[in-house]
Design a protein around this ligand. Structure first.
Ligand code: UDP
Length: 361
């Protein structure tokens, strides 16, 4: 059986890293990188750190302008799909690269969607539109949690197509824990455990609007003075390109980090502040409080787990949320919304066992 994985961004490369290796050993596996994230610090570093083999294809799509980017993804992935004739296309998540599902569906190739069923019900998010579209074009849907499975069923997707497989990030962190422990980033940056905030922010609804971006930056400045802790902000090139304002004193913007250095910083931070999807999941793994600076989330499980507060962007709300999240009462027994760390095995088993039966559905 020929399985083609199509991906293009940092979180896809990280989350798929263990699954790639399972696919390589059990299937004829064609890896297609759209290069949606093309800077070395968002792409190449993860191939070398996580020992991911070279993709079979690099599509080098044009990025920046929406229509051009999508058109390029569709045209270039269609070409490879027609050439390679895979039995299955594997897509993870909600990025524009996942829209390779459109030509795959058009040509009758079965689509398997990992991270299916997440819904923020926030129509401002480009990712929300992609999620709905990819889910409804897919033959097999692999949500991380039962919550996401229920979203799919509410949208009339037949339960026989859905398997809950847990969150692949757990397996990745477990596998690389010795490397994470070896990272010397704390010494390099002269940071002590619990002495700093770790920040990421790059969602388009937050950083594309100069007013909201400026609110985020001013919130970070305020927390530096209020809590007297360093604020470490590995800044995504997307955000950097939108920044007009001078970075205030106390906010330390650095280049994006490799996975081992970044997760080492997560593990030792006082509190994580983010608009990322993956960081609330990693915070639960490390049992670190996490504040999501957004108004909506597609991951309510992390709020229910007690590890994540959805603060919005107002600086005073951010301060109050940090106080609450880092107070001792907040130290709850956090549950296992993350699955059991065996996602790659489950994905391979499902692909192997399901493909022929799908003929009769
Ligand atoms: N990450 C990293 N270096 C950084 C920032 C993040 O390796 O400087 C990792 C982080 O540990 C997580 C992933 O990148 O696994 C999150 O990616 P991102 O926030 O870009 O995507 P999202 O989760 O929002 O889709």
């Amino acid at each position: 059986m020929k399985v083609m994985s199509i991906f293009g961004t940092r979180p896809e490369i990280i989350r798929l890293s263990r699954i790639f290796s399972k696919l390589d050993s059990n299937f004829e596996h064609i890896m297609v990188n759209t290069n949606q994230n093309f800077t070395p610090e968002l792409s190449q570093i993860f191939f070398s750190d996580l020992k991911i083999r070279k993709p079979d294809y690099n599509l080098r799509i044009s990025t920046g302008q929406y229509g051009k980017e999508i058109a390029d993804i569709i045209q270039k992935s269609e070409k490879i799909i027609l050439k390679e004739k895979p039995d299955i296309i594997l897509i993870l998540g909600d990025t524009n690269s996942g829209l390779a599902a459109i030509p795959a569906a058009h040509h009758g190739v079965k689509i398997v969607h990992l991270e299916a069923g997440m819904r923020s019900y926030d129509s401002r998010m480009p990712e929300e539109k992609n999620r709905v579209l990819i889910d409804h074009l897919s033959s097999i849907l692999l949500p991380y949690t039962n919550y996401s499975r229920e979203n799919l069923i509410r949208e009339n997707i037949h339960p026989s197509k859905i398997y809950v497989v847990g969150n692949p990030i757990i397996e990745v962190i477990d596998f690389y824990m010795p490397k994470i422990e070896q990272s010397s980033i704390l010494e390099k940056m002269k940071l002590k455990t619990d002495s700093y905030f770790l920040v990421t922010a790059h969602r388009s609804e937050n950083v594309d609007n100069p007013e909201t971006l400026s609110k985020i930056i001013s919130g970070l400045e305020k927390i530096h003075f209020k809590f007297k802790k360093r604020v470490i902000y590995p800044i995504h090139p997307r955000t950097l390109s939108k920044l007009k304002k001078k970075i205030p004193k106390g906010v330390e913007c650095i280049k994006p980090l490799g996975f081992f250095d970044f997760t080492k910083l997560e593990k030792n931070a006082f509190c994580l502040i983010t608009d990322s999807g993956t960081i609330p999941e990693e915070s639960l793994y490390f049992k670190k409080p996490c504040i999501t600076i957004r108004d909506s989330t597609e991951r309510p499980e992390y709020i229910e787990s007690g590890s994540n507060i959805l603060s919005g962007l107002e600086p005073q709300n951010l301060i109050n949320s940090i106080k609450l999240a880092t107070s001792s009462e907040f130290n709850l027994e956090w549950d296992k919304s993350l699955g059991d760390g065996k996602t790659s095995l489950k994905v391979a088993n499902i692909l192997q066992g399901k493909i022929d039966r799908q003929k009769y559905e």
